[in-house]
Write a protein that binds this ligand. Structure first.
Ligand code: MF3
Ligand code: CO
Length: 239
């Protein structure tokens, strides 16, 4: 899983370099496909429930699951969330990041900073002996105390040989069963807070994939694959 995670990180490095005004989201998909192939990995998204691309590219009010498209061109001031999953020797790494295209608004900067920091607030709680709910509570508190909104319809998840395994890791506290689960060394989870400026509600477009904020406000998504170890949380989706 470390190797799968490192490949995901390499894809993100290549994507970060490729992102610029005038580049299409289809070109980003090709960049990702090339890096995956170079490392002997495949996309864990391609073909998942019929998903037609290697990565997800979601611009501005699009939250997640945007489909790369030749006609969709990045513009100066956009923020683009890119989600990458690699399958390598039977194991999966999963990581998403929101990137700025050129110079972005101060609202967009603050949204990205809060979303990224909320991921790290969650990661800090991924400690053996804690419960899943400790992660959920830390993420929710970080976001809501900054007057932003944590999305409820999508959650983090266990990850391993399959992209989505138990436990479900909510980004807010609710009376769910998995919240009581005690974290044990060896558990690997993908933590992925999604944050919106307007409200927490979302809607799926007619393409059946692209998820947007219901009020069209800006949103961001940051995700890492994390191993719970005896020495604390280990982020697998880094170089
Ligand atoms: N990172 C996303 C997740 O954890 C990826 C799923 S997108 C799909 O659920 F394209 F694969 F459907
Ligand atoms: Co995920």
């Amino acid at each position: 899983m470390r190797e799968a995670g490192r490949i995901v990180a390499r894809v993100h490095v290549a994507l970060k370099e490729a992102i610029a005004p005038g580049v299409s989201t289809f070109e980003l998909d090709q960049v990702a496909a090339d890096v995956l192939a170079k490392h002997g990995a495949t996309s864990s998204f391609l073909g998942y429930r019929g998903y037609p691309a290697h990565i997800c590219t979601s611009i501005n009010e699009e939250l997640v699951h945007g489909i790369p498209n030749k006609g969709r061109i990045l513009q100066e001031g956009d923020i683009v969330s890119i989600d990458v999953g690699a399958l390598y020797r039977g194991f999966i790494g999963d990581s998403g990041w929101t990137y700025a295209v050129g110079t972005i608004s101060s609202d967009a900067q603050r949204l990205m900073a809060v979303t990224e920091a909320s991921l790290f607030a969650g990661i800090e709680q991924a400690i053996a002996g804690n419960r899943v709910r400790d992660i959920s509570a830390a993420v929710q508190h970080y976001v809501e105390s900054r007057d932003m909104h944590i999305v409820r319809e999508y959650t983090g998840h266990g990850v391993g040989r399959s992209m989505h395994e138990a436990p479900q890791v909510l980004n807010y506290v609710a009376g769910d069963i998995d919240g009581d689960l005690v974290l044990q060394p060896g558990l690997v989870i993908a933590l992925e807070p999604m944050v919106q400026l307007g409200t927490w509600e979302t809607r799926t477009l007619k393409d059946k994939w692209t998820v947007i904020s219901r009020d069209h406000s800006l949103n961001a998504h940051f995700e890492h694959t994390i191993a719970v170890t005896n020495k604390g949380p280990e982020i697998l989706t880094l170089l």
